[in-house]
Design a protein around this ligand. Structure first.
Ligand SMILES: Cc1cc2nc3c(=O)[nH]c(=O)nc-3n(C[C@H](O)[C@H](O)[C@H](O)COP(=O)(O)O)c2cc1C
Length: 241
């Protein structure tokens, strides 16, 4: 694989000239593909598929293979949940189903619709608000749907797919359009696909696509024996960002 570093973007943009994804060794659909490298710069080692996940706005027009979609939901299916209630549901539409795709696309706020329109798959996560076992409110319903999406995300990353989640959509419109009952809440919209070329984005979005990723330091959210007390796990670097 040859890598070509390009000017200002050299730090995180690589152009691959072989049938492998930049840095990951994954097979690419075309002979030449541009991709943005935004792998997490971790302070401690993590699983490769976690480190390689990020939320792009530039998607390739390559369709997602049905068997990969099935693997994604198989991964979500095996997520843990409170009382094993599995309160999640997913509405999944592909560009092949143009009418349904348009319906979900038009639930997104305009700022998200701008780029999500390139994604070959759009999804909506939904959660059941009460336990099926006793009809009491399930205060873990949102936690559990997030966990299911978390496992789906890792599976997507392992298969070379990228997912961008969105709070920016019209919940009531989604409820009406997809006839979601009052017993359930729409949670997050998602765009799924293979990485595209950031050059396809308008300038403002291209800038954001190429921005380095930022995270809080471990010490900012891992506490010890009291609230905001430093953790005693050895080697958590205090205040290191
Ligand atoms: C629940 C949730 C809602 C989000 N909503 C939006 C959104 O409406 N529009 C958007 O562009 N990104 C959205 N994001 C993406 C985040 O901005 C992104 O995950 C965060 O900046 C970290 O970047 P990374 O995923 O590339 O690590 C959302 C992410 C999550 C988990």
């Amino acid at each position: 694989m040859w890598l070509r570093l390009r000017g200002r973007r050299a730090f995180y943009t690589l152009t691959c000239w072989a049938k492998t994804d930049c840095g990951t060794g994954r097979r690419l659909p075309e002979k030449e593909e541009e991709c943005v490298q935004k792998e997490a710069k971790t302070q401690f080692p993590i699983e490769m598929s976690l480190g390689q996940r990020w939320s792009p706005r530039a998607f390739s027009d390559r369709s997602v293979e049905p068997e990969k979609l099935l693997s994604l939901f198989e991964a979500a299916r095996w997520a843990p949940s409170c009382f094993n209630e599995q309160p999640w549901s997913f509405l999944v539409v592909t560009k092949e189903d143009a009418a349904a795709y348009e319906r979900l696309l038009h639930c997104l706020v305009a700022a998200n619709r701008r780029w999500a329109v390139a994604a070959p798959v759009l999804m909506l996560s939904v959660t059941q608000l009460h336990f099926a076992r006793n009809n009491k409110p399930n205060r873990y319903a949102f936690h559990d749907v997030g966990l299911a999406v978390g496992t789906l995300l890792v599976q997507a990353s392992a298969m070379g797919l990228y997912l961008h989640q969105m709070a920016g959509f019209d919940r009531e419109r989604a409820r009406t359009v997809f006839e979601i009952p009052e017993t359930h809440d729409p949670v997050a919209a998602m765009a799924l696909g293979y990485l595209g070329d950031p050059e396809q984005l308008p300038e403002d979005l291209r800038q954001r696509e190429l921005e380095p990723r930022k995270r809080k330091a471990l010490s900012a959210f891992v506490y010890g024996g009291g609230w905001e007390q430093p953790s005693r796990i050895p080697r958590i670097p205090p205040g290191l960002v």
